[in-house]
Design a protein around this ligand. Structure first.
Ligand SMILES: Nc1nc2c(ncn2[C@@H]2O[C@H](COP(=O)(O)OP(=O)(O)OP(=O)(O)O)[C@@H](O)[C@H]2O)c(=O)[nH]1
Ligand SMILES: [Mg+2]
Length: 326
């Protein structure tokens, strides 16, 4: 037990011990945490208490239907890609989720409002991708399940508070993830090699006033060009369109449209492949039979003449139109 704790700590600790109900215990533990000064000597104590708080919040969730508890982190992938927002408390992740999707996540000026992940779907041009809001990441405690979910995602959005201290927030987050062997890298060309690092964009939020835009290049310099930065305002909607385009580009997906011989192109819902995907990969998305029986395809699009006949291994490009021939 660190010796230099303030008197409020002992008072809050007493209230915590005496709390009778589950919600009271959670509230008292939150109070208790806020009384502890942040320094090396209190790291262990804060980590223990944050772990306890996470456990209390988890067990406070209502159990629906079956008695078996499924983790809120077991989110099934949906849409063309999974994008996970990460960040320190109060960056505005939940406000962004609410703004961009029809999902709802509670927001507040108080930190640590979000205590479990919440997913929603965002429409970007003609595709949908999954956007996940998460509890904030602080050095004292990182839920291992959050890191598992991150590893299964395609892209991370590091959401920081632009007017506050974005470079410190980014550096601290990189440090915390680094401590868990996760390096973030700019979304590069081609399919990401997750052994090299995890593709990420920085979202500098609360850029409510366009004059704050000037701060974004500064952030880029301060973080050594390590990750691309997009300045947005979840509150006013400023540059959210740019953010969606950046997400789409970073996901490195290829949208392909089908056409039956002699028919119109079906532009209603593209087939989505990863960059480098072939005609055979696309046939597999249509139907297993197509994948097995496909011989050739006609393509309209990039690097081919209109209606060019290609084989199964032909690599497709974004916007290509494909007529499969069995
Ligand atoms: N001025 C301004 N305030 C914002 C913006 N986005 C969010 N906020 C405010 O910032 C506070 C925190 O927003 P949240 O969306 O709850 O932040 P969060 O990152 O989900 O925070 P936790 O879940 O508590 O870690 C709220 O008071 C929001 O109204 C923004 O673009 N501009
Ligand atoms: Mg939140």
């Amino acid at each position: 037990m660190p010796t230099n704790l303030p008197p409020e700590y002992y008072e809050a600790e007493r209230r915590y011990r005496e709390a009778q109900s589950h919600p009271d215990r959670i509230a008292a533990l939150e109070d208790l945490l806020s009384t502890i000064p942040k320094h090396k000597g209190t790291d262990r104590l804060r980590a223990d208490l944050r772990g306890k708080l996470a456990e209390l919040r988890r067990s406070a969730r209502p159990r629906r239907g079956s008695r078996r508890r499924t983790s809120p982190y077991s989110i099934s992938p949906d849409g063309a890609g999974q994008v996970m927002m990460l960040g320190p408390p109060n960056g505005g992740r939940s406000t962004l989720l609410n703004r961009l999707t029809s999902a709802h996540s509670e927001t507040s000026a108080a930190p640590f409002t979000t205590y479990e992940p919440i997913a929603g779907m965002v429409a970007i041009e003609d595709i949908q991708e999954q956007l996940i809001d998460t509890p904030s990441i602080v050095s004292e405690y990182v839920d291992p399940e959050l890191l598992h979910l991150l590893r299964r995602c395609d892209l991370a959005l590091i959401v920081v508070d632009l007017p506050l201290d974005p470079e410190r927030e980014i550096e601290s987050l990189l440090q915390i993830l680094g401590d868990h062997d996760i390096a973030l890298i700019p979304p590069g060309d081609g399919a990401p090699d997750k052994a090299q690092g995890f593709p990420a964009l920085v979202v500098a939020n609360k850029c409510d006033d366009p004059s704050l835009d000037e701060l974004c290049p500064l952030v880029v310099v301060l973080i050594d060009d390590a990750l691309p930065v997009v300045g947005v305002s979840a509150m006013t909607g400023y540059r959210l369109g740019d953010l969606l385009r950046a997400i789409l580009e970073s996901l490195r997906i290829v949208r392909v449209y089908t056409k039956a011989p002699g028919r119109e192109i079906d532009r209603s819902a593209p087939f989505v492949l990863r960059e480098g995907g072939t005609v055979a990969d696309m046939a597999a998305l249509v139907h297993r039979d197509f994948y097995e029986r496909l011989k050739t395809a006609r393509i309209w699009g990039t690097g081919v003449y209109d209606g060019q006949l290609v084989g199964r291994e032909h690599v497709l490009h974004d916007g290509d139109i494909v007529e499969l021939h069995l």
